[in-house]
Design a protein around this ligand. Sequence first.
Ligand SMILES: O=C(O)c1cccc(C(=O)CC[C@H]2O[C@@H](n3cnc4c(=O)[nH]cnc43)[C@H](O)[C@@H]2O)c1
Length: 231
Amino acid sequence: MNYENESLSSTSCSPRILIMTAVEAEREAVLRGLNGADGFEVQLAGVGPIASAINTTAILASSTNTVAYDLVISAGIGGGFHGIADIGSIVIATDIIAADLGAESPDGFLSLDKLGFGSSQLKADAPLSERLKQAVAGTNIPVCTGPILTLSTVTGTAETAESLSHRIPGAAAEAMEGYGVALAAHLHQLPVLEIRAISNPVGPRQRELWKINDALSALEQVCSLLPEVVQ
Ligand SMILES: O=C(O)c1cccc(C(=O)CC[C@H]2O[C@@H](n3cnc4c(=O)[nH]cnc43)[C@H](O)[C@@H]2O)c1
């Protein structure tokens, strides 16, 4: 679906947008931002790509013609890659990449694409991502677009961070749910967005330094822009 010059509404009623978050604190931040706006549903995906794929699929599969969705969004906090996405900033996905789905080899990592088993990479809806980026750019929150990686294991060393950056040029953020949510949306032929508010750098694990409240506040502010952006 192309949103460049049209509204999201594919039906006569208001668009229905499914937002999936990993945990309740993220869901609450999204709901605060939406402030009761019509047409949005915010549900828990659970943590990780498997739970998020299953839970998103279950919700989409149970929708009917009268309550069909127009757009799916994976939203939450995430890690930002050094020099690209700082704590408190927002990353909007261009590509949603299952970065640890594949095989190791002596010659390096082999993605699903290289193995010939499909693709580890899904496209986010480009016009809508761009519109959201422009809207965020009009606030005081730093924003960028770029690939967002989905990993089953949070990166915890400088070596892994370096290897991911090298393997996926331009990687801007990592989280654990985007690809699962996006695959479910893709299988239902629905457009998808991923939005990450950065709580920590990708690199050596220092969980006590994660700025979760700053990230949740940025997430809330971005979600307050969504009703205007998607209409
Ligand atoms: O402890 C809390 O209060 C709290 C509040 C909101 C969220 C959390 C989480 O731990 C969310 C887990 C969620 O965060 C994503 N995430 C955040 N940073 C990274 C990262 O560096 N690498 C990968 N994932 C990250 C991830 O999507 C988790 O599902 C806690």
